[in-house]
Design a protein around this ligand. Structure first.
Ligand code: NAP
Length: 259
């Protein structure tokens, strides 16, 4: 299917690896020029070069912490008048509800709520003026079904979900669609970090931790960054203008719910 976005421009945050990279690759495959971001400059440069040579699109790298004001300013300056925004950042650390103090909550809210809100506030006006735009926020399945050890994530991402629910309906009439993608477990470094915590807590091997988690998923496996990216690219496509304010779960059926 032609996604109808060849020649459009996108910002993809936190995209040197994992789900962000999957989104960047899929958009590039559809002919979208990119501004990609991550903190580590070397890995980001390698990813940008791989995308350029695989897809022949323009890729601008901005090595910066997207959760800081300076980092966002650098990304926004490189972005200019973009058509597509994919927000993403690292997820908060796991722990117990009683572990976290105010500073921990503020850090999680900064990364996973206030950063995507600030990026949308900066880029939505231009999209609305030009009459076309797409925003995809990478959130988490924890929005729909809380993950007890990820209380910081549950909290911050629920806030973003509320913001998007109202805002998406305020901008849809100007040709701008905002939606959230809710990943369940995907085979990325983040999954390794979460499985690593299980290894330490239960004294099992990483392979055992992965196998046990995979056995809880109806699809019987972890998701891939490639299939996540394909879903993102569709939500950014010319065909997705009537999909507004949705929370789409990509989890192999792990959340046991009728709707
Ligand atoms: P990942 O494989 O660890 O990749 C994270 C990417 O984000 C890297 O490119 C990293 O590069 C970049 N990054 C992290 N913090 C950043 C920051 N402050 N500023 C700019 N770039 C930053 O993680 P992932 O699995 O793709 O996860 C992406 C998001 O989805 C996370 O919020 C995660 O919590 C959420 N999620 C993932 C899963 C899963 O199973 N994978 C499930 C549910 C939710 P640098 O380190 O160089 O900055």
């Amino acid at each position: 299917m032609d996604l109808g976005i060849r020649g459009r421009r996108a910002v993809v945050c936190a995209a040197s690896r994992g789900l962000g990279r999957g989104c960047a690759e899929a958009l590039a495959a559809a002919g979208v020029d990119l501004v990609v971001n991550a903190r580590g400059a070397e890995a980001l440069a390698r990813t940008a070069e791989a995308i350029r040579s695989a897809h022949g699109v323009q890729v601008t790298e901005v090595a910066a912490d997207i959760t800081t004001e300076d980092g966002r300013a650098a990304v926004l300056e490189a972005a200019g008048a973009v058509d597509i925004l994919v927000t993403n950042a690292g997820g908060p650390p796991p722990g117990l509800w009683s572990d976290w103090d105010r500073a921990d909550f503020i850090a999680a809210l900064d990364a996973n709520l206030l950063t995507p809100v600030a990026l949308m506030q900066a880029l939505l006006p231009g999209m609305m003026e030009r009459g076309w735009g797409r925003v995809v926020n990478i959130t988490s399945g924890s929005v729909k079904a809380p993950i007890p050890q990820l209380g910081l994530s549950n909290t911050a991402r629920a806030g973003l979900t509320g913001f998007v629910a109202g805002t998406a309906r305020q901008v849809a009439g100007r040709g701008v669609s905002i939606n959230n993608l809710l990943p369940g477990i995907h085979a990325t470094d983040r999954a390794d970090a979460l499985d690593g915590a299980v290894v330490r807590a239960q004294g099992i091997t990483l392979e055992e931790a992965r196998a046990r988690r995979a056995a809880t998923i109806p699809a019987g496996r972890y998701g891939t960054a490639e299939e996540f990216g394909a879903a993102c690219a569709f939500l950014c496509s010319a065909h997705a203008g009537f999909i507004v304010g949705q929370n789409i779960v990509l989890d192999g059926g792990a959340i046991n719910a009728t709707i």
